[in-house]
Design a protein around this ligand. Structure first.
Ligand code: SF4
Length: 183
């Protein structure tokens, strides 16, 4: 039986192996890298290069979104100094999920989900809630997931070892980076 198509928004390569493995049991997975939150640009290019390598090595389709840093900056305007997990992050998720839903629709892909919930630093309920609100008037079904369940984060790290991925030490935006640089 032909598998249903699913678009998987991927935040970075290290978060992807376990999620892709799990979803590929039931879906034909296409990756979508859309993360205009990542700064500075050389860092964005490194993370993009790593996901391209992962897709190539696993024969997966990868769609790359635009690096719309100005759009991201507009979305988080006024929330720059919010703490991580606060309102700035909600807007950041909103942009990435909204664009992913549009991309799924454009490509006639009926299902969408994201690797974002595999991270222990991200609240899956919050991400699922935002995505469901955005998906209300759209033809794409967003799958509520919490990939960190059942040791998902540990599993993705173990599976990622064979790729020797570059591993970032901050979430992505300049504000999350400042926090690290200060330490
Ligand atoms: S900390 Fe991460 S999720 Fe929050 S705004 Fe920055 S890049 Fe986006």
């Amino acid at each position: 039986m032909e598998k249903k198509k699913l678009l998987l928004h991927v935040c970075c390569a290290p978060c992807s192996p376990y999620v892709v493995d799990l979803l590929s049991q039931d879906y034909e997975v296409t990756l979508f890298f859309y993360n205009p939150n990542i700064q500075p640009e050389p860092e964005y290019n490194i993370r993009l290069k790593e996901i391209k390598r992962f897709a190539e090595e696993n024969n997966l389709k990868l769609i790359t979104g635009d690096y719309e840093i100005d759009k991201w900056t507009d979305y988080i305007k006024g929330l720059e100094h919010e703490p991580e997990k606060g309102k700035r992050c909600e807007q950041c998720f909103k942009l990435r999920l909204e664009t992913s839903l549009k991309k799924a629709e454009e490509n006639s892909i009926a299902y969408l989900t994201t690797t974002l919930t595999v991270s222990p630093h991200k609240d899956a309920n919050n991400i699922n809630r935002i995505a469901q609100e955005l998906a209300e008037n759209c033809k794409v079904d967003f799958l509520n997931e919490n990939f960190k369940k059942n040791d998902g984060f540990k599993k993705t790290n173990l599976m990622g070892k064979k790729y020797n991925f570059y591993r970032q030490n901050y979430c992505g935006c300049v504000y999350s980076r400042k926090k690290i640089v200060k330490k």
